[in-house]
Design a protein around this ligand. Structure first.
Ligand SMILES: Cc1cc2nc3c(=O)[nH]c(=O)nc-3n(C[C@H](O)[C@H](O)[C@H](O)COP(=O)(O)OP(=O)(O)OC[C@H]3O[C@@H](n4cnc5c(N)ncnc54)[C@H](O)[C@@H]3O)c2cc1C
Ligand SMILES: *[C@@H]1O[C@H](CO)[C@@H](O)[C@H](O)[C@H]1NC(C)=O
Ligand SMILES: *[C@@H]1O[C@H](CO)[C@@H](O)[C@H](O)[C@H]1NC(C)=O
Length: 512
């Protein structure tokens, strides 16, 4: 039925269709039943918005015009700064080896991954280094076993079991299935266990699974601090995403992760409109030949003033939260807020080209032997930093070797507040340059969570960043982008059988 031309339908079919529509009012106002949409707007050109443009093109074909609005740089929270002759990531930096959409993007765009530089981790408790990774796997293994028993191995198994379920989303999306809310998407992947994870703290979850409090304080907290600038009281789902971030094989994009965003934009043949969207309203246009059709009027401002344009479908790809965006939605019933409840967490990323003060780390190790790349921190009182890392450029020059701490090089500090001159002086013996980026980085997670914002704000108005309340990561935005593109397509063409299907895991098992 949905693929039939409405003009050739019999009266009976039309009546049936009409009845069917009243039962699904939210779907009833598409301008035409089978014509593709003419114009789609995407608000924001981070990885979410550009991936949405890519998938919308894939779903709706070459005929639709896609406009992407972005007043700042393409890439959003994926950004680099130049220090000396090289560029360094200041925002989202690392990608998990099983982040299949990100992997697919670079393959499709022909961008290589960045050359791997061996990383080494240490943990700082505010006074001294409590753990320092050795180059020898067996030594690390024995040290951890000695201190934490089998907690470490069990953690890897626990994360793997969650990852196994997480991976189901790729099969669902491959078959075109989409979900109307974050809760339903999580439920489709992990049954009741995922929404429950999202509703509990990581601490509660892991204590419940039998992990020790000492292990949580010494090992897990430093990991949640490096990834989300928060304690083990974040939700269990984003906590598991954090812990997966300690797996081996993490990668980044050669030349900078933001290259994926500009690549997707180009590949999707979208038009980039360098303007800020100020408001969106519904416009109903009466039609002589059929039912009234509705459009979204997108109002925007750029350097030369304000303008507006009409769209059939709009995708919001920026967080609707205080400080992140300020879009007024007018004429909607029920009303759509400019800002949903919940706040975003500040993480200040400071890049320092200079020489580290080894005594700051309370170590007497010679700096010339110190090749640790990532210094994580425990959640101790008075600790001003979340992490201190020796960073490598986004493009690794041939025969590059990470210099030891005895040389002047680029360090990256994550902290909740900007670092004062005193703090910088204490940490570094010398500073050639200091570059600071203040991010409203990711949600401030405090489960149990109130209702997560919806993916569907209105009939054909979608919201991608709702997913960040489960977990904020490049891949999460990419998964949400594909979900929203599928949802937009199925709702446009009334293919309700591809939305919110239960029990997909067992149903698709035979298809593997
Ligand atoms: C310091 C830091 C470290 C991180 N580390 C990692 C990591 O290692 N791995 C990982 O996977 N993730 C990491 N993340 C998270 C990751 O960067 C984000 O989840 C992801 O980049 C979000 O992408 P997005 O496109 O959804 O949102 P954004 O990148 O925020 O894009 C939204 C865009 O919308 C634009 N916009 C806002 N308002 C308007 C408007 N009114 N009109 C038009 N455009 C508008 C903004 O300018 C912005 O460019 C990190 C984030 C930070 C800040
Ligand atoms: C999550 O917690 C809230 C508040 O305690 C509750 O209303 C909701 O039903 C819970 N959801 C799940 C999936 O457990
Ligand atoms: C290095 O750090 C130690 C410990 O924080 C501090 O006492 C010392 O003053 C610092 N050194 C310099 C030269 O600033």
């Amino acid at each position: 039925m949905p693929t039939m031309n409405p003009r050739t339908l019999s009266l009976r079919a039309l009546l049936l269709l009409g009845l069917w529509h009243t039962g699904r009012r939210s779907l009833a106002s598409a301008p035409d039943l089978q014509d593709p949409p003419k114009k789609i707007a995407v608000v924001g050109a981070g990885i979410g918005g550009t991936a949405a443009a890519f998938y919308l093109r894939q779903e709706f074909g070459a005929g639709v015009k896609i406009d992407v609005f972005e007043p700042e740089s393409v890439g959003g929270r994926l950004a680099t700064v130049k220090v000396g002759d090289h560029e360094y990531e200041t925002g989202g930096a690392m990608i998990h080896p099983l982040n299949l959409h990100m992997k697919h993007f670079i393959e499709k765009l022909g961008i290589p991954p960045r050359k791997d530089v061996h990383s080494k981790m240490a943990i700082f408790d505010g006074k001294e280094l409590t753990f320092e990774e050795s180059d020898w796997f067996i030594i690390n293994f024995l040290r951890l076993l000695w201190r934490y028993g089998f907690n470490f191995l069990r953690m890897q198994m626990w994360v793997e079991s969650i990852l196994d379920k997480f991976m189901r989303i790729y099969q669902y999306q491959q078959y075109g299935y989409s979900f109307s809310s974050v809760e339903r998407l999580l439920h489709a992947m992990g049954g009741d266990s995922f929404p429950t994870l999202m509703n509990q703290t990581l601490e509660e979850t892991m204590i419940g699974e039998g992990f020790s409090q000492v292990f949580l304080n010494d090992i897990v907290a430093p990991i949640t601090r490096v990834n989300y600038g928060q304690s083990v009281r974040i939700n269990g789902f984003v906590g598991a995403v954090s812990l997966a971030g300690t797996d081996s094989g993490l990668w980044a994009v050669d030349g900078g992760n933001k290259k994926v965003c500009s690549g997707l934009l180009y590949h999707s043949k979208s038009e980039l409109i360098p303007a800020k969207v100020t408001s969106i309203s519904v416009k109903v246009r009466p039609s002589k030949t059929g039912p009234a059709s509705s459009f979204y009027e997108v109002n925007y401002v750029d350097g030369s003033g304000s303008a507006h344009a009409l769209y059939d479908i709009v995708v919001i790809a920026t967080p609707l939260h205080q400080g992140k965006s300020d879009i007024a939605f007018s004429g909607f019933s029920p009303p759509i807020p400019s800002h949903y409840p919940g706040r975003f967490q500040q993480t200040v990323s400071t890049l320092v080209h200079g020489m580290l003060n080894m005594s700051y780390l309370g170590t007497t190790e010679p700096a010339s032997k110190f090749t640790v790349s990532d210094i994580l921190t425990t959640d101790s009182k008075g600790s001003v930093i979340h992490t201190l890392s020796s960073v490598d450029p986004v493009h690794i020059p041939p025969d590059y070797k990470r210099p030891p701490a005895s040389q002047t090089k680029v360090w990256k500090v994550f902290s909740p507040q900007p670092l004062s001159q005193e703090q910088l002086k204490d940490m570094f013996l010398s500073r050639d340059s200091v570059s600071e980026t203040r991010w409203l980085a990711y949600p401030s997670y405090s489960p149990p969570h109130r209702k997560t914002p919806p993916f569907i704000l209105h009939n054909r108005l979608y919201y991608l960043n709702a997913v960040e309340w489960a977990a904020s990561a490049m891949e999460m935005s990419a998964i949400s982008a594909r979900n929203v593109a599928l949802l937009a397509h199925h709702r446009w063409h009334k293919q309700v059988g591809k939305i919110d299907q239960e029990d997909l895991h067992t149903r698709l098992r035979g298809e593997l």
